[in-house]
Design a protein around this ligand. Structure first.
Ligand code: HPA
Length: 246
């Protein structure tokens, strides 16, 4: 049974060193996941990989079926999830290329299916979300980074915006005032749904750019691509260190 999953975000639609054994299409009560689950071994450990935006990177953040993705992983027997997501840096220390393991999240998304607890209930369910991410998985990633000599921020608040457009400078000022250190479009409802399904779930955020109004002029998509391809090499190293020692 495979217990560990990696959800890859923008810039990580495949894992280069994953020795793929099979792919499985899972149909869920919530619709179709972003693609088949990819099973294989990474550093001699069985894992499952799923590209959040689809393997061809065609599903925008607000159209991702977060419920189906997580339900499919649960169905496959997964208990632990590492989510990779790209973000814009708001905190001055989160410059393009930085990696960070967020410890808090604020949800600014709307109109996404954000709970499993709404139909056929015998009673109303409220999950605790004081700590949105699993402490054990966060330490697992932080310790792997230390062992591998990968520089990585060990805390920060992720502001989840609706997208697919980037934010205005004023929106980023508002997020900063709220306490956000980084901004991305996929952190929610993924983290909350993962908690509802009782996954040990943590995210590794990869800074692709300065958030709106924090760098010089407009945000350059070509620059984001370059930054992400460099940082994803670090993410792959981090994953291999973490998984190889688990
Ligand atoms: N805003 C929202 N999501 C993002 C950004 C951003 O600046 N960069 C990468 N994902």
């Amino acid at each position: 049974m495979v217990d560990l999953a990696i959800i890859g975000g923008t810039g990580l639609t495949s894992l280069k060193n994953l020795k793929i054994s099979r792919r499985e299409v899972v149909h869920t009560p919530y619709g179709e996941p972003s693609g088949p689950l990819t099973f294989g071994s990474l550093c001699d450990r069985e894992i499952v990989f799923l590209a959040r935006h689809g393997y061809g990177h065609t599903i925008p953040p607000h159209m991702v079926n977060y419920q189906a993705n997580l339900w499919a992983l649960k169905y496959a027997g997964v208990t632990r999830v590492i989510a990779i997501c790209s973000v814009g840096g708001i905190h001055p220390g989160l410059l393009p290329g930085a990696l960070v393991i967020p410890d808090q999240i604020i949800d600014y998304t709307w109109s996404r299916n954000h709970t499993f607890f709404e139909k056929d209930l015998t009673q109303v369910v409220h999950i605790d979300f004081t700590e949105p991410y699993c402490a054990e998985m966060r330490s697992f990633l932080i310790e792997a980074a230390q062992r591998a000599g990968i520089s990585l921020g060990t805390e920060g608040t992720y502001g989840a915006t609706q997208g697919p457009r980037l934010e205005s400078a004023a929106e980023i000022n508002r997020l900063e005032g709220d306490g956000c250190d980084m901004v991305g479009m996929t952190g929610m409802p993924e983290a909350a749904l993962a908690k509802e399904l009782e996954f040990c779930y943590a995210a590794c955020a990869v800074c692709a750019n300065w958030a709106a109004g924090r760098g010089e002029g407009a945000i350059d998509m070509a620059e984001i691509k370059t930054n992400l391809s460099h940082s994803m090499a670090q993410v792959r190293l981090l994953l291999e260190e973490a998984i190889g020692n688990s």
